[in-house]
Design a protein around this ligand. Structure first.
Ligand SMILES: O=C(O)CCC(=O)C(=O)O
Ligand SMILES: [Fe+2]
Length: 461
């Protein structure tokens, strides 16, 4: 069979997935009207509230010092504890029960920008719900070392930091390792460059992205942080989807599907997700995980949907003792390990409809196993606290970031080429001939296949 040139391989697809960069953050400034600039706060149990207005051009450090006086020293989550360690995080904070900003995060327009950027390839049906989390104050010498924000609930998606206008230097928010993604020096942004009017600077980023705050040199830096939760919405305002990266990825994926060496008997393409997602290790139904992917992960899914190859978010479990892997639609703490007296792991997996991961070269007819060709490497699911030590911004026990995969179904070569040629008529000229050849050969090259239904390791032992 003569192959059309050039052949696009799974390696080419991997390169494409890794080099297309979908924004994982966004930032900007917004004017701050006086009626939006106030923050009411109380000290300790007192019901007397004080007011500080950040839209006030004459705000003094002594005014901010009052806010500091009413704040607590900030702790953070390390491993399984909330700790105060000023070599790691040196700042003051107020919990949301203690303060109330006049700033209206819902109507000021910032959420439109953030949603547009962070839900890039997720079309309608979901939106981000900002929930006020804390007020942070950084004085001279204050900082927050690199960390990821603690997962709170399955739906925590992103973090929004609002920097209120105060005169200060230092205190950059760095996103990505050593600020590789963004060096957000808000001290230069909180006053309008011409009018010098106080304004707000904001940055939003997926919560699994590492970030830090560099030491403040002079003055005070004051921030409001919001957890952005993903919620369903009825309003299906179609978002403008940036066409080019998606088109490019669809084209590459299509060529891979036409490559006769890629899963000729069918199977699945596997993509280790590039972002992390908070999951409850006790139980998550991943079938409900749609519409909630970040950045490039969402882009990959959008491309798979275009080509109708049924992308699914799944989790892979490794059984190191038997060198086996299972893929499931569920996360369940029963998957944790063999219990001496309970059912064996293969039995548990089977009862959940999990499939065994097969090397694509191993031909099998059993629906109990799935040949997967990995495009981007899968990462290990982390379910236990013992091997999960992290630095978060607060200790929380229920959720950890799990490493998930996206799989997409590839039909046997002949069927998928037939589908592609019918759906995308421009392919007819180039691939129609190949299809004819394949039809001629069909049946001739059937090979002996292993019937795995009697596989001993899938029954109890
Ligand atoms: O204040 C900031 O800029 C970021 C604060 C932060 O990262 C956090 O509270 O987790
Ligand atoms: Fe943080």
């Amino acid at each position: 069979m003569s192959a059309p040139s050039p052949i696009t391989t799974v390696e080419d697809l991997k390169k494409k997935v890794l080099t297309i960069v979908t924004p994982a953050f966004c930032s900007g400034t917004l004017p701050l009207h006086r009626s939006q600039g106030g923050v009411f706060f109380s000290k300790g149990e007192s019901s007397d509230a004080s007011l500080i207005n950040f839209a006030d051009q004459n705000l003094k450090d002594t005014d901010i010092a009052k806010l500091v006086e009413a704040s607590q020293r900030a702790t953070f989550g390390r491993g399984d504890q909330d700790v105060l360690d000023e070599s790691y995080r040196k700042a003051w904070k107020m919990d949301n029960s203690q303060f109330s900003p006049q700033f209206d995060v819902i109507h000021c327009g910032v959420m439109d920008i953030v949603q547009e950027q962070l839900l890039h390839y997720e079309k309608g049906g979901v939106k981000l719900d900002p929930r006020l989390y804390k007020l942070n104050v950084y004085g001279p010498g204050s900082f927050f070392k690199p960390h990821v924000d603690t997962p709170r609930g399955n739906d925590l998606f992103a973090t929004l930091v609002i920097v209120l206008p105060t005169v200060h230097t230092g205190g950059s928010l760095l996103l990505g390792k050593e600020g590789k993604l963004l060096d957000f020096d808000s001290s230069t942004l909180v006053y309008h460059p011409e009018t010098k009017a106080p304004q707000i600077a904001f940055a939003a980023f997926y919560s699994d992205i590492e970030h830090e705050v560099t030491p403040v040199e002079t003055g005070y830096r004051v921030t409001l942080t919001y957890n952005l939760h993903l919620v369903k919405t009825d309003s299906l305002v179609p978002r403008e989807v940036p066409a080019k990266p998606l088109q490019e990825l669809v084209a590459t994926l299509m060529k891979v599907m036409l490559n006769p060496e890629v899963l000729p008997k069918g199977g699945a393409l596997g993509f280790g997700l590039l972002h992390k997602y908070p999951v409850d290790p006790q139980r998550v139904d991943l079938r409900e995980f749609s519409g909630a992917l970040k950045g490039n992960d969402a882009l990959v899914r959008a491309a798979c949907l275009r080509l109708d190859i049924k992308p699914k978010v799944q989790v892979v479990y490794e059984r190191t003792d038997y060198n086996e892997e299972y893929i499931a639609d569920f996360i369940d703490d029963e998957f944790g390990g063999d219990d001496e007296f309970g059912p064996s792991l293969p039995e548990i997996f089977r009862s959940y409809g999990a499939q065994r991961v097969r090397d694509p070269s191993y031909r099998s007819k059993s629906s109990r196993s799935l040949p997967i060709l990995w495009v981007t490497p899968r990462m290990r699911m982390m379910t236990t606290d013992s091997n999960f030590t992290s630095y978060g911004n607060e200790y929380m026990v229920e959720h950890v970031y799990g490493d998930l995969v996206l799989t997409a179904e590839l039909e046997p070569l002949q069927d998928r080429v037939a589908w592609l040629v019918t759906t995308f008529p421009h392919l007819k000229e180039k691939y129609g001939k190949r299809l004819e050849e394949m039809t001629e050969h069909a049946g001739r090259d059937e090979e002996e296949e292993v019937n795995e239904d009697s596989d001993s390791d899938m029954s109890s032992h």
